[in-house]
Each structure stands twice: as structure tokens, then as C-alpha cells.
Design a protein. Structure first.
Length: 124
């Protein structure tokens, strides 16, 4: 997660330089990455996540968990430790009741009428 420089990203991903350049540009154009200079001679840049890019963190954790369960044969390629000292097992929970979010416990709302009736407010 701390890899920000082009050569490090290329080494970690195995992507060719031209493909990596194109993909980083697309991520930058989409507002997920920001390119910042870290050296002037020769000019060098690093890539940092924008607020929008950081907001994808939970989505990526969920996709990783899904891939570990349904795609990967054998143990997962990467395991993360949480600050509590345990192996991280991502779970989406309701911000109001802190219970796991299951498909059978959800119902679509018509935003204006239903949310007003439920007195749902944006998280602080």
C-alpha cells in the first residue's frame, strides 16, 4: 500500500511500462490518483490516492475477500493484519446497528419519500 513510484509499481505488478503508463493516466483522469513530483533532476513523480481513490478501500477489501473465497485455489496470496492484531476479515456492517449487512436484510428505498419517513440522515 505504500508503493507510489512508477518503478516500484511496475516491479510489483509486472506490467509493461507502456501499459502501466496508460493505466496510471486513466486512473489520474478518473480522479482516483494524483501525480506529484518528488525529484526535479531528472523529473520523477509518485502517484498518491485522491479522496475518491481512498474511498474505494472498502470496495477493494470486499473484492479481495470474494476472490480469496471463490477464485483462489489454496490459501490467499495476501493476508492482512488489522491493528487489533488479528488477521483482517472484512465485513460490511450497518452504520446504525453495527450488524453485518446481508442481502435478505435489505430493501430498496425510493429516496425522497422513504428516507424522509425513516428519518434517515447522512452519517456525520
Amino acid at each position: 500500500m505504500g508503493v507510489r513510484r512508477f518503478d516500484q509499481i511496475a516491479r510489483n505488478t509486472g506490467a509493461s511500462r507502456d501499459i502501466l503508463t496508460a493505466r496510471l493516466r486513466k486512473l489520474e483522469e478518473a480522479g482516483l490518483l494524483e501525480r506529484r513530483p518528488y525529484a526535479s533532476r531528472p523529473p520523477r513523480h509518485e502517484y498518491v490516492l485522491t479522496e475518491s481513490g481512498r474511498a474505494l478501500h472498502e470496495v477493494l477489501l470486499t473484492l479481495m475477500s470474494w476472490g480469496d473465497r471463490y477464485v483462489t485455489d489454496g490459501p490467499p496470496p495476501n493476508v492482512w493484519a488489522h491493528s487489533c492484531g488479528k488477521v483482517l476479515e472484512p465485513v460490511t456492517v450497518c452504520a446504525s446497528c453495527n450488524k453485518p449487512v446481508l442481502a435478505e436484510d435489505m430493501a430498496a428505498l425510493r429516496v425522497a419519500e422513504d428516507m424522509a419517513a425513516l428519518r434517515v440522515h447522512e452519517p456525520q
